[in-house]
Design a protein around this ligand. Structure first.
Ligand code: UD1
Ligand code: MG
Length: 458
């Protein structure tokens, strides 16, 4: 297996995105484009990764720091003078290295580990000084074109803006991904000029320079051109998104997940789902969400960073940054907010919001409740319309509800307050003091009937 380090170019402004953010931070399938590139590099076995930052460099560093801390080194390209100039900035970090460097662009989110592996292996097997990854595009507009000599070998790469009519007719393009012998790369970069339509130092010019020096130049063509798509505009981003989503759906279906309608199901790249789970249409599963086996999720569920056990059912529900254990039933129109843990067998019914709470095994919140900052035991029944009054306008307070407590409909639990094990709260109560274990609290005005009221009013 060939060994290599990577340089990922991410300093460009991405003018065609018309964005105030760095292009490589725009997300596809829930992940910044550059993260997809680094994940593919890691899957291919890269032993060191150097990212060249420039435009919005600080935010690129911050975005990558959390995700792959320690695995990436950064180099700044102060002025964006072209891809060749960008690679040159890594010289101080790489000048003592020998072997292969793979140069990648931060805007190619569809790359796979297998394709990069193939590129590195074929570069090594060919014994070339430079190998370019090419692709045959149905529409090559915007890409650098691969110009081959009569014997089929690569002669040079011509940028779209510099190309003649005849050269523009070529559909084999430069993917922007290459392997180079490190020392040959830096030697050739010294000769690259900016004498071209964009006034930039083009990295692809290195190939022609090496070729003229009699070095061996090689090309590997991707089997699927989609894998190499470079994203320069929002339209291209949407196309990449669609391909990534379909890939993810296919991977999950192959592993035993039923996805009723992949076209209306949006599953992020890193989401995991167990066997025999069924995903209904109009469902979004995002971020670090993990779903167990035999669940029924959707229609219209949005889960962000949710850890879900087996046999969970949810429909018309939004949950984020929370834990949902086996056999929980959610919906419809429920909102499960961060730092909530729903233990096994919990039932959350219509129009219920739960925030920063622990709900014990088998407890039921069937209708129209707000439960915030609450620690609830198991087997509790919260009547329709029960509200935890957790906020006095300045501070939040917790509510405790013991095992097997029964809270009647339309009650207010004014925190801090405790309803102990097996206690009862009468419907319509506003509870401000502890309800001891096993007792019934009635905290409402007594009903008074005024006789003959109808006749007296007349
Ligand atoms: C580049 C290639 C083109 C290829 C295409 C594939 C050049 C000159 N052209 O064109 O042959 O077909 O990619 O997608 O290399 N960048 C920097 N510093 C700079 C300029 C760019 O870091 O000064 C980075 C960008 O952030 C981006 C990558 O390099 O990640 C490619 O730049 P981009 O402007 O997208 O080049 P293309 O025009 O797509
Ligand atoms: Mg590009």
């Amino acid at each position: 297996m060939a060994e290599f380090v990577t340089v990922v170019l991410a300093a460009g402004k991405g003018t065609r995105m018309k964005s105030k953010f760095s292009k490589v931070l725009h997300k596809a399938a829930g992940k910044p484009m550059i993260q997809h590139v680094l994940d593919a590099a890691r899957a291919a076995g890269a032993r060191r990764n150097i990212v060249v930052t420039g435009y919005e460099g600080q935010s690129v560093q911050e975005a990558l720091a959390g995700a792959i801390a320690g695995q990436v080194e950064f180099v700044e390209q102060k002025e964006q003078l072209g891809t060749g100039h960008a690679v040159l900035q890594t010289k101080p970090l790489l000048q003592n290295e020998t072997g292969t460097v793979m140069v990648l662009c931060g805007d190619t989110p569809l790359l796979t580990g297998a394709l990069l592996r193939k590129l590195a292996d074929e570069h090594e097997a060919a014994g070339a000084k430079a190998t370019v990854l090419t692709a045959v595009m149905p529409d090559a507009t915007g890409y650098g074109r691969i110009i081959r000599a009569a014997d089929g070998s690569v002669e040079k790469i011509v940028e779209h803006k510099d190309a003649t009519e005849a050269e523009r007719a070529v559909r084999e393009v430069n993917s922007g991904i290459y392997c180079f012998a490190i020392q040959s790369l830096f030697e050739a970069l010294a000769s690259v000029t900016n004498d071209n339509a964009q006034g930039e130092y083009y990295l692809p010019d290195v190939l022609e320079i090496l070729k003229k020096r009699g070095e061996k130049i090689w090309a590997v063509t991707a089997d699927h051109y989609e894998d190499t798509l470079g994203i320069n505009s929002r339209l291209q981003l949407a196309r990449a998104e669609k391909i990534l989503r379909m890939r993810k759906a296919e991977e999950l279906m192959a592993a035993g997940v039923t996805i009723m309608d992949p076209a209306t199901t949006y599953i992020d790249a890193d989401v995991r789902i167990g066997r025999d789970t069924v995903i209904y249409p109009m469902t979004w599963l995002e971020g670090t969400t993990v779903i167990g086996e035999d669940c029924e999720i959707g229609p219209s569920v949005r889960f962000q960073n949710v850890t879900c056990g087996d046999e969970v059912t949810g429909q018309f529900t939004y949950a984020h940054d929370c834990r949902i254990d086996t056999g929980v039933i959610l919906g419809q129109f429920t909102h499960i907010r961060p730092d909530t843990h729903l233990a096994a067998g919990v039932k959350i019914g219509n129009f219920v919001e739960v925030k920063n709470s622990n709900i014990g095994e088998g407890s039921k919140l069937p209708h129209l409740s707000y439960i915030g900052d609450c620690d609830m035991g198991s087997g509790v029944n919260m009547g329709c319309g029960t509200i935890t009054v957790n906020y006095d306008g300045k501070k939040k307070f917790r509510t405790r509800v013991g095992n097997d407590a029964f809270v009647g409909c339309n009650s207010n639990l004014v925190a801090p307050v405790t309803v102990e094990d097996g206690a009862y709260v009468a419907a319509g109560s506003t509870i401000t003091n502890t309800v001891p274990a096993g007792t019934l609290a009635v905290a409402r005005a007594r009903q008074k009937n005024i006789t003959d009221w109808h006749d007296k009013r007349k």
